[in-house]
Design a protein around this ligand. Structure first.
Ligand code: SF4
Length: 378
């Protein structure tokens, strides 16, 4: 085994999506619209659904936002999570509105009786709860307790574990066990360590993420490194990439991280060579046009749980060989392109015909059913 074994954690159902229990790692995102604007929020959720998002979370800053959740839920197919801070009444209203999961932040919902009340109502309604610890909202003294002896990253991790355990204990005292746990920090080592500690302390499924990761590309890299380390270590049942971008980008990055680890490869995977001195075409332009032309196919394959790997390579000398694992591809050359499959040339076409011919071949492979089902998640 190349990566750490992925231990099967407790199964929690978030609407129709299983989290834990050996289910594939799901990808979440969060809308960036005003939740009170039902039409705009529903439109963004539809975009996320098309991009392959599995679960969507919404900010619930006030009662008007909480009251909009039912109307939003009626228009979408994704399981809906209400993100609650400070005010437990918003959680109670969200449950009344029919959400599938509540995210509570132990750092800012501290009164035990409030947490207990949310647990009771969620239990009655069959709604899951995420204990969503965030390093930024921990009381400073919780870290200080460990800092002198263990250093900052370990202190943050231990403080996050304490916060999670405290809220989990309140939920369990109400007989509530549909719990998902997260412990996110900006600092990658602190986050990884926190999840290691939490994984050893309980068997609830883990929602993983690096919070406030930053602008792309730095934020994308930070997320990929943090989530990659966790997943390679067998930790993570559902994930969210946090970027200050269109949320569709978060989903794309999340899926790419899972794809890079062979944890979930569905839809279209594009292999694109980096180009070098041999390249004599606008390869990036060709790859971008191919990605646009194949967007519908990607969606179709995704719905069917199938996948195809397509290579766009810059030269005929090394291209086909370098992309041997692609189902189909093109090796571009000056004024022409060689269409190939699994490293073997099929035919050569003029530059103006490259994209149409490539798409034709891809459609043929898909129609003939030779694009296989994805590997099962391990
Ligand atoms: Fe260079 Fe050709 Fe390799 Fe692209 S496929 S990196 S152009 S050698």
């Amino acid at each position: 085994m190349i990566f750490g074994a992925r231990p099967v954690r407790r199964l929690v159902r978030v609407g129709s999506v299983p989290v834990g229990g050996g289910a594939p790692v799901s990808v979440q995102s969060m809308t960036k619209t005003d939740t009170r604007d039902v039409a705009a929020t529903v439109a963004q959720i539809h975009q996320l659904t098309e991009a392959g998002c599995d679960i969507v979370r919404l900010a619930v800053p006030d009662l008007a936002a909480a009251r909009a959740l039912g109307a939003i839920k009626a228009e979408i197919t994704l399981p809906l999570v209400a993100d609650i801070h400070f005010n437990h009444r918003l959680a109670l209203e969200a449950i009344r509105q029919g959400v599938d999961k509540i995210r509570l932040n132990p750092g800012n919902l501290r009164k035990p009786e409030y947490v207990s009340e949310v647990a009771r109502r969620a239990g009655e309604a069959g709604v899951a709860i995420r204990v969503g610890v965030n390093a930024g909202s921990l009381p400073p003294e919780s870290r200080a307790r460990y800092e002198a002896e263990h250093g900052p990253a370990e202190a943050t991790a231990r403080a996050m574990l304490d916060a999670a355990k405290e809220q989990i204990a309140l939920l369990e005292a109400e007989g509530f066990h549909d719990i998902v746990v997260s412990a996110k920090a900006f600092d990658v080592p602190a986050t990884v360590r926190a999840y290691q500690l939490i994984a050893a302390a309980c068997d609830y499924p883990l929602h993983i993420g690096i919070t406030e990761a930053g602008l792309p590309p730095a934020g994308t890299v930070r997320s990929a490194v943090g989530l990659g380390l966790l997943l390679a270590g067998g930790l993570g049942d559902t994930l969210r990439v946090s970027l200050p971008t269109d949320p569709v980008e978060e989903v794309r990055v999340g899926r790419a991280i899972l794809g890079a680890l062979n944890l979930r490869r569905r839809g279209l995977t594009l292999v694109v060579c980096p180009t070098c001195g041999r390249c004599e075409v606008d390869l990036r332009g060709l790859a971008e046009r191919a990605e646009q032309r194949l967007a519908d196919l990607d969606r179709r394959l995704h719905e069917q749980g199938r996948e195809i790997t397509v290579a766009i390579m810059g030269c005929v000398v090394n291209g086909p060989g370098e992309a041997r694992e692609a189902h189909v591809g093109v090796a571009a050359g000056k004024g022409r392109g060689v269409i190939f499959s699994h490293g073997h040339p099929l035919r050569t076409v003029e530059e103006g015909q490259v994209l149409d011919t490539l798409v034709e071949e891809i459609e043929k492979v898909v129609r003939e059913g030779s694009a296989p089902a994805p590997p099962t998640t391990s």
